[in-house]
Design a protein around this ligand. Structure first.
Ligand code: NAP
Ligand code: GCO
Length: 257
């Protein structure tokens, strides 16, 4: 029997991954590239983005770069226009850029609240609204919002982040109800606790490290590479009838009291 084409093949697709100069975003971009996509790396720091691009190119990946701040509406419009003019139409958007600022709610300054919400929620909206216009015109697109355990539950000192990630879960559904009719699939990935710069202080804290390992049924932290399967699935034709879903990759944490 002839081998049918893989539904997970991303050859010829162009994927913009925000916040992909390091951490989870870099690894997601690396995984999408390995499945054939041309990846567009993003971050605010040109040097870090350039280094990340060199690393992936050395692995044989097709890579473009777009340095912009996801909170800057004008920069987003300019960057997306440049990407689509030079590299081609964006088929896959991974809204990954995000920050964490930990403090008790009563001690959170308004500026910090706004910084977290602007980056983690409004940024995803601004980039998706810009990219979706072309996807709607082409009647095809994949939007993947990187949510969190905090899209479902809270943890002390993560108030702004939890509010933003909860909002991102519902923004994913708002995208679904308006854009699915245009053959856009909007979904989310909810990582558990993964070892990156964002969680470095937590990993270094023996008590927190013990708590994560005890609270996670798998008994350990996740590694960013363990998110690649989920992003490839949601970026590919294998998920063409999946919409508005958040796929949690958390070692079972949300399944357990
Ligand atoms: P990270 O290691 O700190 O990486 C964050 C990335 O986002 C960097 O590339 C950073 O580059 C970029 N970024 C930050 N602010 C930006 C902005 N305004 N515009 C454009 N790029 C920006 O964090 P991570 O752990 O990989 O987290 C990535 C995503 O996963 C976030 O949405 C986070 O909430 C989510 N997440 C992480 C975990 C975890 O355990 N690590 C779990 C659940 C969800 P520059 O700073 O150079 O711009
Ligand atoms: C924290 C962490 C979490 C993780 C992740 C969990 O302070 O508890 O930063 O928020 O980053 O979002 O899914």
């Amino acid at each position: 029997m002839n081998t049918p084409p893989s539904p997970f093949d991303l050859t010829g697709k162009i994927a913009l991954v925000t916040g992909s100069s390091r951490g989870i975003g870099f690894t997601l971009a690396q995984g999408l590239a390995k499945m054939g996509a041309t990846v567009v790396l993003n971050g605010r720091d040109p040097a870090t983005v350039a280094t990340a691009a060199e690393t992936l190119r050395a692995e044989g990946a097709r890579v473009a770069t777009a340095v912009f701040d996801v909170t800057d509406e004008a920069a987003i419009a300019s960057a997306v226009a440049q990407i689509e003019a030079v590299t081609g139409p964006i088929d896959i958007l991974v809204n990954n850029a995000g920050i964490q600022r930990r403090a008790p709610l009563t001690e959170v300054e308004e500026a910090v609240w706004r910084e977290v919400l602007d980056t983690n929620l409004t940024g995803a909206f601004l980039v998706a609204r810009t990219v979706a216009k072309g996807m709607i015109a082409r009647r095809a697109g994949k939007i993947i919002n990187i949510c969190s355990l905090m899209s479902e539950v809270g943890r002390e000192t993560t108030g702004p982040y939890t509010a933003a990630k909860g909002g991102l879960r519902m923004l994913t559904r708002a995208m679904t109800v308006e854009w699915a009719r245009h053959n856009l699939q909007a979904n989310g990935i909810g990582p558990g606790y993964f070892v990156t710069d964002l969680t470095k202080p937590l990993v270094a804290n023996p008590e927190f490290n013990m708590w994560v390992c005890g609270r996670t049924p798998a008994g350990r932290w996740g590694q960013p590479e363990e998110l690649v399967g989920a992003v490839v699935f949601l970026a590919s034709s294998a998920s063409d009838f999946v919409n508005g879903q958040i796929l949690y990759v958390d070692g079972g944490m949300l399944a357990a009291l």
